[in-house]
Write a protein that binds this ligand. Structure first.
Ligand code: ATP
Ligand code: MG
Length: 249
């Protein structure tokens, strides 16, 4: 589904500063269709930058990104992204924000209406459809961002800390929503700094290399992720412990 080959990237002066000043150095990674990945690492290590490269929002300085075997040269209709700051339009209602990706693709109005209604009902947002984002709680806004990302049935969903800044229960409810979505075969990559979230949702977990290495440090297999009762499984506890110790380095 998504392949990164020897990707390097740095911002501004780092571009000219040589190999050692780059944020990402020779990163290679393959995500197969239907796989659910999490990426975890400390603040400032380059997670959002990595996601933007995978989404075609940034272009690598060296190396290549491929979507289903084709070079990714910019944003693509098959990829939906949930940005770290939600990215909702404040002047559009919940319904209009949700319908936007389909309107931009000029789908017939009846189809747009039906698809938006379905996801808003699935996510418990239908009653809020005429409200503006400024009148919603953080958790409600987050659900609208999810609705907008899935309304177009993307093949690949990239999420940047989608559940941070939420109370523990809302967070678990939305993690459950994400789990249900991946049960429908959606491929996703979730960026998080939350150990429990990575362990619950990521069947493969990338631990970003510490010490400014700019590389994928290690990929942990976590095959039970996505099972409804996984939070009470011994393997889940073991995965959290292992992540904690790997992150401490
Ligand atoms: N547009 C930009 N221009 C210049 N430097 C940037 C830009 N965006 C990010 N950076 C720098 O690149 C580094 C990595 O940023 P990035 O946002 O990818 O980190 P992150 O791992 O997502 O952090 P967090 O967990 O805090 O969201 C940081 O040092 C940041 O200051
Ligand atoms: Mg970030």
């Amino acid at each position: 589904m998504l392949r990164l080959e020897n990707v390097s990237f740095g911002y501004g002066a780092a571009k000219a500063g040589g190999e050692n000043s780059l944020l990402l150095r020779g990163v290679s990674l393959t995500i197969a269709p239907g796989e659910r990945w999490a990426l975890i690492g400390p603040s400032g290590c380059g997670k959002t930058t990595f996601l933007h490269l995978a989404a075609g929002l940034l272009q690598p300085l060296a190396g290549s990104v491929y979507l289903a075997g084709e070079p990714l040269r910019g944003p693509h209709a098959d990829i939906s992204v949930i940005l770290q700051e939600y990215g909702l339009f404040p002047w559009k209602t919940v319904l209009a924000n949700t319908a936007l990706p389909l309107q931009l693709r000029r789908r017939p109005p009846a189809q747009v209406k039906a698809a938006a209604e379905r996801v808003l009902k699935d996510l418990g947002l239908w009653e809020l459809r005429h409200k503006y984002p400024g009148r919603l709680s953080g958790g409600q806004r987050q659900r609208v961002a999810i609705a907008r990302a899935i309304v177009s049935s993307p093949r690949l969903l990239l999420m940047d800390e989608p559940f941070s800044a939420l109370d523990a229960l809302t967070r678990e409810t939305l993690q459950e929503t994400a789990r249900a979505l991946c049960a429908e075969g959606l491929t996703f990559l979730l960026v998080t700094h939350n150990i429990e979230e990575a362990a619950f949702l990521g069947e493969k977990i990338i631990i970003w290399g510490g010490g400014g290495e700019g590389r994928v440090g290690r990929v942990l297999d976590n095959p039970g992720a996505g099972d409804p009762g996984y939070r009470s499984a011994a393997a889940y506890d073991a995965c959290c412990r292992q992540l904690r110790s790997l992150l401490r380095g």
